[in-house]
Design a protein around this ligand. Sequence first.
Ligand code: ATP
Length: 468
Amino acid sequence: MSDTTPTANAVATMDKITALCKRRGFVFPGSEIYGGFVGSFDFGPYGVELANNIKKVWWEAMVQHERNIVGLDSAIVTHPRVWEASGHVGGFSDPLVECRECNTRSRADHLLEEVGAFADEKMSLEEINKVFDDNRDKISCPKCGQKNFGKVSQFNLLVKTNLGNFKDDWGTDPAYLRGETCQGIYLNYKNVLDSSRVKVPFGIAQIGKAFRNEIAPRQYIFRKREFEQMEMQMFVAPETELELYDVWKQKRMQYYIDLGFKPENLRFHEHENLVFYAKAAFDIEYKFPFGFKELEGIHARGDYDLTQHQKFSEVNMEYQDPYTNEKYVPHVVETSVGLDRTFLAVMTEFYDEDNLGGETRTVLRFPFKLAPIKVAVFPLLRNRPELVAKAEEVFDLLSKNFRAEFDDNGNVGKRYRRQDEIGTPYCVTIDFDTLGENPDLLDTVTIRHRDTGEQERVAIAELISYLK
Ligand code: ATP
């Protein structure tokens, strides 16, 4: 037995996660050499692998494993009328409040939340100002600590662009970088219906960038200005909307449990205040290091989206049921999750520290599917060409099947620690027995398991099926 004492619940603080992400190339601050660019981050070599794996796992669950969901990759910049129809030009705003002492801008609803009061985007500006005024004496500026704020105003989050507009005053007639990916899905609902064999109920899934002029991007990659969403819109018959909503609510929660999240770190949160067209709205909240916060939204949106686009485009969005000939505008059940928030949740959930063989280590206990590197290959000694040649041969074999890494730097113990820190489930070492020093072990390698530190001997010929 190996000598490990997993703590299993080591406290994953934001400081530890951000330091690990920077040090090991998961996440870099955006435009760092220019002093940074607020709300912008870059995924480094291991980060891009993790992000790609998160997208792959989501796509498998939402498209590959589903009979009636298809994929889409729609344009980021659309006709500007799309955002008028969707209500974003008129109403996609957050309540902004400025500190009169240091000019720091904050989200009024977030400041209110911190003192136990409530405001959201469904309330009028007047209502929000009333709640803010009632709580002014309790609210301090997060930067300077003073309690001297101006009035709350609404700030539109849509990001303007001059794509396709060559006039100097393009700001008055802009196009927009999409504020959410789902509008591209609504625009293509008819195209998908007409070009594939789907019938209601069917879904369209999409992964892609979205942009919001967030007033106060905070909490690392939790709230960015350029981020990625993974959304699925299911088009359903009106009378089945709530039933299918419930199915998706449960499925989405189960998805995180199946990925290895602990149930106690997840919870449903019902929206207090529904928009007029919505039938139901729940968030899945995750216990981030700064507390339970929204990870994913699941919404029953009625026929609002398609009806609005029908009105603004004058294109009929009705669906004709092939069995009953009944015509109706489908209702929408939506699941919407941020890639970046999932990334942060995954880092938090699988972060651990333990004591292995008398040494404290940091280990990311990623499930195999999510691990950026699945297997690392080491020659026991870097100065023995015969060991290195054999290790290169094993690396070439494995890397055709898995994202693998070759490492010959430092002693094997140090290489293990490096792989533990980036969550690599297996390390394979090529030693003199592999070369036949002990004839019984010719062409076998040592496999070391990340979670337990246990090692076993496996034939090279069996490695691929062993790791799969
Ligand atoms: P919040 O209340 O935290 O601002 P939201 O309710 O506006 O989020 P939605 O519009 O429902 O978020 O977007 C769906 C998902 O997209 C969210 O659950 C979240 O995972 C992700 N998301 C939204 N805004 C951001 C952002 N600024 N940065 C990173 N991810 C985001």
